[in-house]
Ligand binder design. Structure first.
Ligand SMILES: [Zn+2]
Length: 291
C-alpha cells in the first residue's frame, strides 16, 4: 500500500516561549494535541536570515517552494504574494514537484465565496491559491464540500452557514472528510488560517474556539490515520501563541510529523528546508510504507 501524506499548514502558529505545557495551547487545546506536539515536533525558524518580523507571503512561499523567499525579496512580505513571489511559486512548488513525480496531489480547502477567476480579478490570490492554479489547475467548490470531498477553512462551516444548504459540522467530521480525500491521493494539503486571524486581535474567546477546533480536528486525524498515513503540521510564522501582542512573533514554528521519523539530527531547521525534507526524505529516500 502506498504512502499517504496529509499536510496541515497552520497560519500564525508558533512554539510558545515557555513551552507547550505552559501556554495558550495547554489552556485551550485538547491535552492530547499538546502532548503530540511536544512529542513529535521539532522547532523550525522562520526569519530566513532576514531582519524583521516573519510574514505570511514570504513564509508560505518558502515553506511550499523551498526557496528563501525573504532573501529573494530582501524583506518579509505580508498578506498576498505580489508578482515576483508569484513567479517564484509558479517556478516550482510541492504540488508541481510531486505531480512531475507522478504523484496524486490534492488541495482540500473548499472555495465557496469566490471562484479562482474572481479571486484573480480581485488580486486576492494567496500563496496556496497561486500554487494550486499553477499546478493542479482547479479548486474544490461548494458541491465538493457538501459531498464530503472538501474541507472548509474554518473546519466547522460555521462562518458560511448563511449559504443555503450548509449546516455546521464538528471538527471531527472535517477530519473524517480530509482523511477520505487523502485516501485517494499521495499528498493532501489543508490550510488553516483562523489561528493567525485570532492572534491579531487577540481575543481569548475566539482563540478558545479556533484552537479547540484545531486540536479536536488533529486528534481525530491521528485516530483515523492508518500506518501508511503520515500527518505533517507546521506553520508559516508565530502569532497566536503570544497573546501579549497583536503582531506576528519571531518564535520558531513546530514541524510536527506523525507516523514517520523526525529529521535525523533534530536540529533547528529553517522554514525553506521543509520542502526538500518532504520531497526527499518522505517521498524519495524512504521505502514504501512506514517503519
Ligand atoms: Zn498575520
Amino acid at each position: 500500500m502506498g504512502k499517504k501524506v496529509i499536510m496541515i499548514m497552520v497560519d500564525g502558529f508558533g512554539i510558545p516561549e515557555n513551552g507547550w505545557f505552559n501556554s495558550i495551547y495547554s489552556e485551550f487545546c485538547d491535552s492530547r494535541f499538546v502532548k503530540l506536539l511536544s512529542d513529535f515536533s521539532i522547532p523550525v525558524t522562520t526569519d530566513m536570515g532576514v531582519d524583521g518580523i516573519p510574514q505570511s507571503a514570504t513564509g508560505q512561499t518558502a515553506l511550499f517552494t523551498g526557496f528563501n523567499a525573504a532573501q529573494i525579496m530582501g524583506m518579509h512580505m505580508q498578506g498576498f504574494p505580489g508578482p515576483k513571489l508569484r513567479e517564484v511559486i509558479c517556478r516550482r512548488n510541492l504540488f508541481s514537484n510531486l505531480l512531475e513525480k507522478g504523484k496524486k496531489v490534492a488541495f482540500a480547502n473548499a472555495y465557496v465565496q469566490f471562484t479562482l477567476e474572481e479571486l484573480d480579478k480581485m488580486r486576492l490570490k494567496s500563496v496556496t491559491t497561486t500554487m494550486v492554479e499553477s499546478s493542479i489547475g482547479w479548486v474544490r467548490n461548494i458541491e465538493d464540500l457538501l459531498s464530503g470531498k472538501a474541507v472548509y477553512h474554518d473546519l466547522t462551516r460555521k462562518t458560511i452557514m448563511d449559504k443555503g444548504s450548509i449546516r455546521e459540522i464538528s471538527p471531527e467530521q472535517a477530519a473524517t472528510d480530509l482523511m477520505s480525500i487523502s485516501r485517494e491521493h499521495d499528498f493532501t494539503l489543508f490550510e488553516y488560517f483562523l489561528t493567525d486571524k485570532a492572534g491579531h486581535k487577540p481575543d481569548k474567546t475566539v482563540l478558545r474556539e479556533v484552537l479547540g477546533n484545531l486540536s479536536s480536528f488533529v486528534c481525530q486525524l491521528i485516530d483515523e490515520a492508518a500506518e501508511n498515513t503520515l500527518i505533517i503540521l507546521t506553520g508559516d510564522h508565530g502569532n497566536c501563541e503570544d497573546i501579549t501582542t497583536k503582531r506576528h512573533t519571531n518564535n520558531p514554528v513546530p514541524l510536527f510529523i506523525y507516523n514517520h521519523p523526525l529529521p535525523r539530527n533534530k536540529e533547528l531547521m529553517s522554514i525553506e528546508q521543509i520542502y526538500s525534507y518532504i520531497i526527499e526524505d518522505i517521498f524519495i529516500n524512504t521505502k514504501q510504507g512506514v517503519s
